[in-house]
Design a binder for this molecule. Sequence first.
Ligand code: IPM
Ligand code: MG
Length: 372
Amino acid sequence: MQLKIALLGGDGIGPEVLAQSVKCLKAVEETFNHEFIFTKAPVGAVAISNTGQPLPQETLNLCKASDAILFGAIGALEYDQNPEAKVRPEQGLLKLRKELGLFANIRPVKVFPSLVENFLLPKKIIAGTDFVIYRELTGGIYFGKKTLSEDGTAASDLCEYSESEIARITHMAFKAAKKRKKKLTLVDKANVLETSRLWRKVVTEIAESYPEVALECLFIDNAVVQLILNPSKFDVILTDNMFGDILSDQGSVIIGSVGLLPSASVGTENAMFEPFHGSYPQAKGKNIANPVASIFSTVLMLQHFGLYEEANAVASAVQKSFVKGVITPDILGSSKYGTDYVGDFIAENIVDSDENMNINDENIGLGRSTII
Ligand code: IPM
Ligand code: MG
């Protein structure tokens, strides 16, 4: 298969972790005879410094003309510390999502048995965790009208949703639940918000077309408690843009490191794959960032194009790095392995599954959790 892949490294550790994904995809290219055409383009704070724009038009054009986009990370300290900045790196990512119509953000959260001892939360809580968040990505409070009064003392952000915006991601989430553990949890705040009541109405109606899937509705404040107490009870979580942003970071605490979690943002025309994590500017250039979230994002990309054997080969190589302890310090404080080394190790271990007899349940499971 030939694929045109846009590489948007962005800010902070973004380019470093993305470079490891490219190594892995080059290994996939060679092992499985594909052709991946990579083109780099600027986005975020880096793009603002060079062009004044967080998403230059050429970057957007490249993304539109590509089969897939691999995204690194976005954000920089100078902007985080200056809420008054009118042009912000994050606007680049939000514009990209909107312009490309990437309305569904899919964030799988799965605990790996080989790492379960490494993390803060008790094993009895996190063992068996395997859920996926379907976060609406191009609507809601993120994109509603924003106002700031002239004297700067009052502000507002409008949260709006239409039935069709809710319905399209709801169908995707139900279809995923049908292939998984057949449970869907809608997270909202329907006791207070009108938009949440619309979500509940639309989702409940659509649920009738998926009788094999059990629908549960939780308020966001209760959901954060249930998720931390009982993460393994969840299967597919469906929610709006803002609640999805918050819940997915909570997912990273459950799994142990935000450096392990990938995501796919898809629409009808385009698809973008990116780690959950931010730009982690403090780690930039130190060769300590975990490349696994970015590499797992390529697994989601390969699955998106139906390249399941290839996706399994990458997931197996990551699994091998876990088992052999070739992991970065965010997982094991005493680890001497850096971003580059872990990336090389994973890329070198990407082999055709016919030749790899050591595939175990865990990595097969990842390959099977087809997301789309
Ligand atoms: C995420 C990030 C973004 C978001 C930021 C960087 C705009 O937190 O993808 O979760 O809020 O969507
Ligand atoms: Mg976030």
